[in-house]
Ligand binder design. Sequence first.
Ligand code: 13P
Length: 287
Amino acid sequence: MLVSAKEMLTKAKAGHYAVGQFNINNLEWTKAILQTAQECNSPVILGVSEGAGKYMCGFKTVAAMVKAMVENLKITVPVALHLDHGSYEGAKACIEAGFSSIMFDGSHYAIDENVAKTTELVAICEEKGISIEAEVGAIGGEEDGVVGAGECADPNECKMIADLGVTMLAAGIGNIHGKYPANWAGLSFETLAAVQEKTGAMPLVLHGGTGIPAEQIKKAIDLGVSKINVNTECQLAFAAATRAYVEAGKDLKGKGFDPRKLLAPGVEAIKATVKEKMELFGSVNKA
Ligand code: 13P
């Protein structure tokens, strides 16, 4: 069974740890993350971007796969299936498809339109017991071909959106998706503290979890971050392990070309990355 992210994030905020959102791209990714969450006895959020949803044959296919996998693998830790950076239409499609959590990224709309659309989606989610994440201040970097500039959110706008009744709020604090440039200034803890002061108990979300130094992650959690998104780091780990396997010529020996064997090192690399993040975020044994 899939659960809303509300309870796991309320507990995380109170307990001063963060729940990881790990993005899924296919069956192997999903299985690796679910098995690691179970092994770590950690709650987990599976993130699905609109592009990944399309790749996996639509949100209904994704929801059916994840639900069946949770049952088949006998996963007992809380699992939320979450739309990552959803459009207004994508959010509605995921609610329809059986996702237990959505993100409506209205950060590119003018604030009035962001408020109107978020209000409508909050009402639908409330009725269905689904959690909803909103974003204020675009997160920089590239995701699904959309390039943002890495802003710091206005704490007053954050309060306005938080008061609409969203479950969690992603506020830009200088974080970006993908790899951080060598001259990156780091997270703006000043912005984070100001947002936290305005939004109180609201769980805050940190996007762009790949490549943020561990001390900054810990400080962000201390200052109210309860959900951290990681995507690129799993992709890099998967690619490196697959490359090493092929470069060593292992795909040419025996049945090394069998996809189950060929993908196995990458899967193990994803598991190791997810475990390391769960330990860093403090969510191990918090299920
Ligand atoms: P990274 O790809 O930088 O880890 O960011 C993931 C993310 O924020 C998904 O929304």
